[in-house]
Design a protein around this ligand. Structure first.
Ligand SMILES: C[S@@+](CC[C@H](N)C(=O)[O-])C[C@H]1O[C@@H](n2cnc3c(N)ncnc32)[C@H](O)[C@@H]1O
Length: 286
């Protein structure tokens, strides 16, 4: 049975309790943000359809074999979106749980899984404040989604939530943390076009500096869609706080619930020799 596994819905709901005019505007802004690109899962999935989920899950299994202290039966994808990875995980006979703020993403994931006869459970919650009813053995967050966290305080709350959801000895895999802050093409735009079943999606992704003192960055993603006779454009921007590599280590140590296993290349189990946009970080729950 597909069900929702969240006890506490998280800060979106709790913020609504003592609401002020300013908070109303902030919440509206947040909702508006997720009503755009992330409310159109099919176009999002096409935009990122270059991902090879089989290879990624093969790599998860290799990390588990080498670094997990527990047997893995149940996986959690945080900020899962349409999660090609969870569908692959369910195909391999594991239990799969997807957590996301976006209702549309979760509905899309469930219906695509159901079409294949797969079971994927979902939880609509904020990754900086959630509590699952049943613990998982392995958690992961892909595609730089960790950068949606807007402050160190929220990052620590995120680690607390993941620590609460993950069994002792289990791994937390983070893909594409912003380690490449010193590279010359860190700021600026990237653009690519993907096509499926006659639907063409051009994606433009941009990062700019907001404030060097507070380490705030502005991220913008734009999808230009040509869906048969329809031309559609979705765009959204969000602020994020840059967390430098050594700052990350200090935050993990401060949180004190994970061991830092290492930073690795994105596509193989090899420790990074220098910073790279494509990377994996492995933490292990104490
Ligand atoms: C960059 S997409 C990644 C989707 C998918 N994991 C992938 O690799 O393609 C980011 C996802 O995180 C979700 N998201 C953003 N902020 C979130 C938050 N605070 N809590 C939970 N999900 C969030 C969005 O709705 C979106 O589905």
């Amino acid at each position: 049975m597909i069900s929702t596994y969240v006890e506490a819905l998280g800060e979106i709901d709790s913020q609504l309790e003592n609401i002020t005019f300013l908070e109303t505007l902030i919440n509206y802004g947040r909702c508006f943000r997720i009503m755009t690109v992330y409310s159109h899962p099919l176009y999002y999935e096409i935009a990122f359809s270059f991902v090879d989920a089989k290879k990624q899950v093969d790599l998860f299994e290799r990390f588990i074999k080498k670094y997990s202290k527990i047997e893995v039966r149940r996986f959690l994808d945080i900020g899962c979106g349409p999660s090609l990875q969870l569908r692959e995980i369910a195909r391999r006979g594991y239990e799969a749980v997807g957590l996301d703020l976006s209702f549309e993403m979760l509905e899309y994931l469930k219906s695509r899984a159901k079409e294949e006869g797969l079971k994927v459970e979902t939880a609509q919650a904020d990754m900086t404040n959630f509590k699952l009813r049943e613990k998982v053995d392995f958690a992961f967050i892909m595609m730089g989604t960790i950068s949606c966290i807007e402050s160190n305080e929220k990052f620590l709350r995120h680690l607390d939530s993941v620590a609460d959801a993950l069994k002792s000895g289990g791994l937390y895999l983070i893909e594409n943390f912003r380690l490449d802050w010193a590279s010359k093409d860190f700021f600026g735009s990237q653009s690519w076009t993907m096509e499926r079943n006659g639907i063409q999606v051009k994606t433009t992704y941009n990062i700019e500096l907001q404030n060097a003192l507070t380490q705030m960055l502005k991220e913008t993603i734009k999808l230009e869609v040509n869906d048969h006779d329809k031309q559609l454009v979705f765009e959204e921007s969000g602020n994020m706080k840059m967390i430098f590599p050594q700052e990350l280590l200090a935050l993990v140590e401060w949180n004190n619930k994970f061991e830092f296993i290492g930073w690795f290349e994105r596509s193989r189990m090899k420790k990074l020799a220098k910073t790279n946009r494509d990377n994996l970080i492995i933490l292990r729950r104490k």
